[in-house]
Ligand binder design. Sequence first.
Ligand SMILES: C[S@@+](CC[C@H](N)C(=O)[O-])C[C@H]1O[C@@H](n2cnc3c(N)ncnc32)[C@H](O)[C@@H]1O
Length: 210
Amino acid sequence: MREKQRKLQLPEKLRWNHNEWYRRWLLRQLPSRAAAALDVGCGLGDLARSLKADEVTAIDASARMIERASATSSRIRWIHGDVLTHDLGRYDVVTAEASLHHLPLREGLTRLAELTKPGGLLVVIGLYMTATRADRAMEIVTLPANAIVGLAKAINGTGGTPHDPEMPVVFTAPTLREIRAAAAEITPGARIRRHVFWRYSLVWRRPEVH
Ligand SMILES: C[S@@+](CC[C@H](N)C(=O)[O-])C[C@H]1O[C@@H](n2cnc3c(N)ncnc32)[C@H](O)[C@@H]1O
């Protein structure tokens, strides 16, 4: 993994949270109700709290994130642990919002796939590294759009913090090509899409076992 290129930084007041932007999209991919859902790298738990499932589990490797998230809801089973090694079950829905790039790609994706029950759904919103001409061409749209959304959010008072100051972030990410190659082997048939604000999505239904 290489250092992710630093994007042209907007002034502090115009910055906003790109993960949150895609959360509604992510939620629309999910069934209206699931029996058991897992959110991986839950951070402060915003996505976990929006999951519609009889049982929601949320795991994060940061003790501080889990301490703060668990103070917000007792409905959710909050786990402080490493998703790669923690003893977890299998889930009808597995989500990972901006957390897969914190893990070694193939190991992380293999683990997310393992945690998904046969017939269950895995939905990832992730960061990719700008590496190709197509990626840079995309930035012709992304950079002005980023500033326009930032400005609109600054005007209506909803912008300003791309992420919480205590949230662990990393500035490395795989390229889309690496993600597609890993997914072709580990989650064959997964639908991978590039999104505007330096994000991709991966949606995979684990085949039923017959
Ligand atoms: C950029 S934050 C995203 C948090 C949240 N999903 C969101 O979108 O606001 C990535 C989170 O992944 C967590 N994380 C990193 N490595 C992890 C691991 N091995 N197991 C579980 N969580 C991990 C970090 O502690 C961090 O809270």
